[in-house]
Structures are given as C-alpha cells and as structure tokens.
Design a binder for this molecule. Structure first.
Ligand SMILES: Cc1ncc(COP(=O)(O)O)c(C=O)c1O
Length: 394
C-alpha cells in the first residue's frame, strides 16, 4: 500500500466534499456550467478590493533589496506591528508585535497553535456543527476532538460544554461567525464560557485554552457585533486570515494572535514561532505580508454578501425551508425536510443544485449552502429548490 493507512482512511472519510466537487465537474461538462448551481464550496466569488491590486503594484515596484528573502519565522516586524496596532485599535487590550505570528492562512495558524499546545491524547472541545478540517488538524498533532452539540439555534450549550471537560482537556476551539451555520456567538455566551474555563483551569491547576477561529469576523450583517474572546478570557488565542474578507484564499495569508494577558506568554510565543518553522511553513509569504499590512482596515463589500443572504433566505423561506437566519459568514444551514440529509442533497443534485450534507459537518438533518456565488446562481436555483421541497415536505 503506497499511502499510509491513516491517510487512506482519511481520504475515504473526507470524500463528501470531494464527491460533490467531482459531481459538479461532471454535471458542468454535461449540462453547461451556467446550468449547474454550485453552492458546495466556500470560495468567495467577490474580487479582492481595488486597494489590494494597487498595493501589489506599488510593492512590486519597490526597489529595496532583500524583499523576497528569508525573515524571522514569526513574520516581518513591520507587518506584525501593523497587526498589533490594528488589534489595539479594536480591542480593550494593548497588543505588541510580540503577540503576533504571521501564518499561512487560518489553517496554518490553527496548526501552529495546536502543535504548540497539544501533548499526545489531549482533548480539544469543539462545538458542532463545525468545520471538519479541525479533525485533521487535531490529528496532525495527536489531539483528540471532543464534539459537543450546540443548541437548536446553534448557540453554545454551556452545560453540555461543561460536561465535556475532563482532566485531559487542553483547549476549546470555537469559530464565530461560524462555518457552516453563520452563527455569531453572543457576548454573554463568551463571558459564560470564559467563566467556565477559568473555574476548570483553577480546578486543574493549569489553563484550559480558548482558541477562536475568526476568518469571517468582518463578514457580519445588520450591524451585529462579533464580541472579543480576548475580553471574555485571558488564556485565549485568535487565529484568522484574509482569505474571506479580502477574498484571498489562494494567497495563504493570515495570523495568530495571543491575548497579551495570557500566562507564560514568552514560552507560548516561542513555541508558536518554532512550530511555524518546523511545520515547514518557515514563514508566511513575504509579498502577501507586505500587502495585507496596508489592508487591515479594508474588506470586500460585505453588503453584497448580505444581499445574497437575504435573497437566499427569502426565496427558501417561501419554498418552505426552515433555518436560522445567519448573522455572518456566507453559509446557510437549513434543516432538510427528511432526516436523511444525504438523500435530500442527492435529490437537489438531480436539479443540478450542489450543496453539502450537514452530516459532513457533524450536523445531520441539515445541509450547507455556501452563498458566496453570483446572484444569478441563487435566482436560477430557486425553482429547483422549490420542486425538491415540494416532493419531500409532508
Ligand atoms: C471556519 C474556517 N476556519 C479556517 C478556514 C481556513 O481558512 P484559510 O483559507 O485562511 O486557511 C476556513 C476556510 O474555509 C474556515 O471556514
């Protein structure tokens, strides 16, 4: 067997999105791309802001030497300073460049933090439904996921989270605004989670860390605030990227920030910097670090995503779909009218509508619709959504 057994098993387990992807290619070839409504991937359809292109042109013309050289593994000092200033502007705490590691996207940042924290067999509590790449990231560092269901409205279930804490719990990993539900956790929920973790950290005599994955922080609607985990709990990390808010997922640029009040900060930062290096990232891409330092206060036009959300929610609601209206990100996670979400997604496929079964996110009985697509796709898919609902609704 050329491939390690574990990788082969993972390839089989992660086949849902891959199957949707392959099905999409086959259907596009057969029916024409304009007749296939692909809501399966979280690939932003908006172009990066014009300021990004302007920054690239200016930076490319900078005659300074060594701009493409190796650098400190944590990233360019000027970029880390720019990120620290931005975080200071938007939080109660004061950040310094020493609180920041520039990373290869949020995925890179998560791997850096998890590798830094986890001893083999230690547990990470994750509210579900969730971004299932977390399972692979945990496995990379021999961590064990402990999955805890959220409430029916996808908010945190504090008693259930408390129940999941054991003497092996090393961290809680949350994601708000959430993929796949679009939920934004409230200030009260984060405060209660912080209090819970403080109490158990005291009991265990060591911190349980809170890691907050926030690549969708700027993608929120109706002015809803995204409260800070730094305020809720001192032993906390934020991992994020520019993949979604600047539409740069292919450029692989993000960062991890530690709470300036975290205990043993020097050791933790030293660990993260080493992990960034030995994971083989070495450092985040230099050119992108220089670009995003100028774009920290920019984003794509979020109102366009809000219009897509409203168009989709209004249309589906009229067809009888039930869902929690998302406060952020660009995903809708409706209930499927039958328990078998896979069968329902397959029925949609026959209408050339590609979605992902909720089971793929540990949220069975639902499906994920990624609405970072053009408006025409939403509009043209609606009759198909309606036909399939009519067939199944009792
Ligand atoms: C919740 C969540 N975390 C992390 C990532 C990874 O982001 P990046 O492309 O910045 O690595 C994604 C990408 O879809 C995501 O949805």
């Amino acid at each position: 067997m050329p491939v390690a057994k574990k990788i082969q098993a993972s390839m089989e387990k992660s086949s849902w999105i891959r199957r949707m992807f392959e099905e999409g290619i086959a259907r596009k070839a057969k029916f024409g791309a304009e007749n296939v409504f692909d809501f399966s991937l979280g690939n932003p359809n908006l172009e990066p802001p014009l300021n990004f292109k302007r920054a690239l042109i200016e930076l490319a013309n900078d005659p300074s030497p060594s701009l493409h050289a190796y650098m400190p593994n944590a990233g360019l000092p000027a970029t880390r300073k720019a990120v620290a200033d931005y975080l200071t502007e938007n939080n109660r705490q004061t950040f310094s460049p020493d609180d920041i590691v520039m990373t290869v996207g949020a995925g890179g940042a998560l791997n850096v933090v998890l590798k830094t924290l986890l001893n083999p067999g230690e547990e990470v509590i994750i509210p579900s439904p969730y971004f299932v790449e977390y399972n692979f990231y945990l496995d990379n560092h021999q961590g064990v996921p402990k999955i805890v269901k959220t409430k029916p409205d996808f908010s945190l279930d504090l008693p259930a989270l408390e129940n999941a804490v054991t003497d092996k719990t090393k961290a809680v990993l949350i994601n708000s605004p959430n993929n796949p539900t679009g939920k934004v956790y409230s200030k009260e929920d984060l405060r209660d989670l912080g209090e819970l973790l403080s109490a158990y950290s005291r009991k265990l005599g060591r911190p349980i860390y809170l890691v907050s994955d926030e690549p969708y922080r700027k993608i929120v609607y109706d002015g809803i605030p995204v409260p800070s985990v730094f305020d809720a709990y001192p032993e906390s990390f934020v991992v994020t990227s520019f993949s979604k808010d600047l539409s740069l997922p292919g450029e692989r640029i993000g960062y991890a920030a530690v709470n300036p009040e975290i205990s043993d900060k020097g050791m933790i930062m030293g660990g993260m910097i080493l992990c960034n290096r030995v994971l083989g990232y070495v450092n985040a891409p230099a050119f992108m670090q220089r670009a995003v330092a100028r774009l920290l206060r920019d984003s794509v036009d979020i109102s366009l995503y809000q219009m897509k959300r409203d168009m989709l929610c209004n249309g589906l609601s009229e067809c009888g779909y039930e869902f929690e209206k998302p406060g952020g990100a660009f995903y809708l996670f409706p209930k499927t009218p039958i328990e078998d979400d896979v069968a329902f997604v397959q029925a949609l496929q026959e209408e050339n509508i590609l979605t992902v079964p909720g089971s793929g996110f540990m949220g069975p009985g639902h499906m994920r619709i990624a609405y970072c697509v053009d408006d025409r796709t939403i509009e043209k898919a609606m009759p198909g959504f309606e036909r399939v609902m009519r067939r199944y609704k009792k």
